[in-house]
Design a binder for this molecule. Sequence first.
Ligand code: 3HC
Length: 298
Amino acid sequence: MAIANVGIIGSGAMGLGITHVCAQAGCNVVTVKATPGSWEKAKATLDRNLGKLVERGKMEAADKEAILGRVTFSTDERAVADCDLVIESVIEDLETKKDLFRRLESICRPNALLTTNTSTLSVTAMMAVCKQRDRVAGLHFFNPAPVMKLVEIIHAFETSDDTIQSLDAFCRHIGKDPVLVQDTTGFIVNRLLTPYMLNAIRMLERGTGTIESIDQAMKLGAAHPMGPFQLADYIGLDVVEAMAHNIFADVRHEHHAPPHTLTRLVQLGYLGMKTGKGFYDWSQKPAVQNPQLVRPVV
Ligand code: 3HC
């Protein structure tokens, strides 16, 4: 099935990034703000993100306008009724996502594909609340979605081969390199990346190195664009902690349990770049390691 009209539910960083990618590839996109309030701020954020690319000479001003012209914002989920594909990117809460899938099933056309951008929740659990399950799958993008080439296509218990083929063609059409993954907690990337970041935090707690030295070592020694602490701050420490909880709840291995320092930072509201402080103090240019973490938080 050719996918020309895409519905995105959720207008946070991921929802807007996916909106950008799909509209840039020529799809008509309906982006629904899932939480109360107007969509004006989401539209302004997309406009600003695209504007930065124009300022830096990465995009023509006319292309920016064409992209914005293909996006319709709404606060009404029913706006996705005519979409060929819906990608939900709402809060990482299974009950919220299950309720959304129940509603999408009655809103969308019978041949529309219904997908989730969840990081670590069960796609099969979302599928289970649907009557027509063969069209349900995971479509997991990475942050920043306009830059990261990978999309994990998640095959849940009753996803049909036709659905997988359509999603594979769609990902290639929007310029991504998809990988097919069976529905297991954390899929491939987060299942490997989460314990990696958690182990870096434990390394800090043991005093093996500092935030900066561990990051520097992984950037220069493993050719990662960001070290584990910079990456955790970039993803959001609340998100990293939630991923740890979800994976730990499934595998019950202590490697996946959130370390003390992570839990304390989240409790204190230090969530990384989005709040200005996490493992680093991002208000400084360049960012410096959070002075409160020179000693482990106990
Ligand atoms: N939108 C569009 N383009 C963007 C962008 C954005 N939000 N952010 C950066 N870019 C582009 C820039 O224009 C630039 O393009 P160019 O190569 O054509 O010049 C390029 O990306 C590099 O950007 P910068 O020069 O500004 O900055 P960096 O070189 O420091 O790169 C980064 C920034 C791309 C974020 C890089 O540091 C990186 O790849 N970091 C790792 C990101 C990562 O691992 N993400 C996965 C997180 S896990 C996840 O998302 C899963 C989820 O479930 C939690």
